[in-house]
Write a protein that binds this ligand. Structure first.
Ligand SMILES: Cc1cc2nc3c(=O)[nH]c(=O)nc-3n(C[C@H](O)[C@H](O)[C@H](O)COP(=O)(O)O)c2cc1C
Length: 214
């Protein structure tokens, strides 16, 4: 195994000063996400979502960001999955985006709620047909399944049930969540581990911004 202790990168792509920050962290995030999209990174809208169950046991996985507006940061999943069960018991989460090529990281923490059915319906039906069928087949998501054949047999049965041209209904166990962000952090890597970090915390109608020790 390679000696990892000798591997390091010096972060020199940029800097982040208080004067660079937008007053609204959502606008700051949208700007950084647009930078990541323009930089042609692979799936820059992928994020790691951390949840915890009622006992405090944490779990984390990758999901795709599907919206970022005043209502929150949204993603879609199975309500009966591990994350779905965590969120039912403990409806709060932290998200992290890491854009290595830009040497940037964003954290976003807040309470989580489900998106309205109408929004989930609209998104479900713009997904490719195979993704719609896979959402039906992967139920309950995160539960053990005997083997790959069993999963494919389920998919084939659903394909027969909903032939091309028929509408595949959104399963009741699948839909959207949004994180209403109460705390954001923007991190820009700097040389010598002297990184720039700014945290926005809700303060009444506005946001308090603090520089954090790296
Ligand atoms: C790049 C990438 C994108 C993913 N996007 C989603 C997603 O949007 N929604 C989702 O439920 N799972 C997504 N997954 C799968 C999850 O990481 C995870 O395996 C699954 O949701 C089950 O997680 P859980 O058992 O913690 O609930 C994605 C995985 C990767 C690697």
């Amino acid at each position: 195994m390679t000696d990892l202790t000798s591997m390091r990168v010096s972060y020199t792509q940029g800097s982040l000063r208080r004067a660079d920050l937008k007053a609204d962290p959502l606008a700051q995030f949208q700007g950084w996400l647009e930078d990541a999209l323009r930089a042609d990174l692979p799936e820059p809208y992928a994020l790691q979502l951390a949840t915890a169950d009622a006992s405090g046991r944490p779990s984390v996985r990758t999901v795709l960001l599907r919206g970022a507006g005043p209502g929150g940061l949204s993603f879609y999943s199975n309500f009966e999955s591990h994350k779905g069960r965590d969120l039912a018991a403990n409806p709060q989460a932290e998200m992290i985006f890491y854009w290595a090529a830009l040497e940037r990281q964003v954290r976003a923490y807040g309470p989580v709620s489900r998106l309205p059915d109408s929004e989930a319906d609209a998104y479900f039906h713009v997904r490719p047909r195979d993704s719609q069928l896979a959402a039906h087949a992967s139920d309950p998501q995160s539960a053990p399944i005997a083997d790959r054949n069993a999963l494919e047999a389920k998919f084939a049965a659903l394909s027969a049930q909903y032939p091309e041209g028929t509408v595949i209904p959104r399963p009741a166990f699948w839909g959207g969540y949004r994180v209403q962000v109460q705390e954001w952090e923007f991190w820009q890597g700097r040389q010598g581990r002297m990184h720039d970090r700014f945290r926005y915390v809700r303060a009444g109608e506005g946001w308090q911004i603090d520089r954090l020790m790296p």
